[in-house]
Ligand binder design. Sequence first.
Ligand code: GTR
Length: 394
Amino acid sequence: MKILIILIVLMLFTVSVQAQNYDESKVPEYVLPDVLKTTSGNVVDNKAMWEKVRRPEVLQLFENNVYGQMPKSFDSIRYSITNKDASAMNGKAQLKQVLIEVFNNSKSVKINLILFVPNNVKKPVPAFLLINNRGRSNTDPSRVMKSDFWPAEMLIDSGYAIAAFHVSDLAPDNKETFGNGVLQMYPEQLAADNGMRAIGAWALGASRVMDYFEKDADINAQKVAVVGHSRGGKASLWAAAEDKRFAICISNCSGNTGAALSRRQFGERISNINTTFPYWFNTNYKKFNDKEDLLPVDQHMLISLIAPRPVYATNASKDLWADPKGTFMSLKNAEKVFALYGIKSNLPANPPEINNPVINSALGYHNREGEHNLTMYDWSNFIKFANYHYKSKK
Ligand code: GTR
């Protein structure tokens, strides 16, 4: 009997492993929803119609079916500098640790922002903001611990301010406790099938940091790039879609329900993500487990929501779970929305070779050799991408 049970468990395991597709020839035929056709069937062929009709429609489709509502109001917000060092990083930068307290409905959250601003550079400066989904030690304000995940010195040397906050300040990355954060301020969201969940809460955190940047004379709030890796990269896309104040969006190895197309069913699928991380997306999203074709959106439409602001997405060659090709195709299929703004992307027709970044383009991309991670290679290309866009705007 025992052996029989073991055999059945083994068989089930093999079946579920086999179900994961990493074979390009097994990608099903699919038709992407037309980002430039309104729900009532009208063709969108100009910027005004995109902005007035289709963009709000697409944003709402993502809110209702994927990420949940994004509460924009709150009772009050308070900023206090909890630590300052004018000559951090051996005098290269100023450190500011800022406590951002947001109050609503008699509840509050505390966002602990770590910010380095380069010294000896004309202010205000452009900034990168990382939504940190890994250990807090990656963003050590004392710089005793250094990490390629957030190479603050490199950004400072390039003339950028570099900032980070941790996702758990907004919503613990945990099935049981994710509600113990910003969701306490918006209890109606938890009750709603289209309510905000963890990824939405993390994106909301980026917007509250942006509120602070607008008040800090050292920061050029018109030039803030929001950056995220993997689950953080899903949040960075959603933050930039919801909040037009972010000038650039960078999504590193974000994969399923990030920058990769869901309909390709390559690597991670909606059913996987909703099973392992049921608290990341709203309740309605579960309806699309194994039913990608029924979704009224796909991820090229999320990238389209960010237009005309530049978007850079990355992959790693060994990270097939995050579907490098599907990420590239998502960017490609967003091109037509950028074209409404007269912006032609410089993406090639097919995914570029490994370690061949496409920088000089409104839609940027690279597939780095290696594993699922955020590395110096990735950051060095983010800097080039921002340099390109900020320079071409002067
Ligand atoms: C994985 C998850 C991915 C990605 C990743 C990460 O387990 O399936 O969607 O978000 O975690 O955040 O590193």
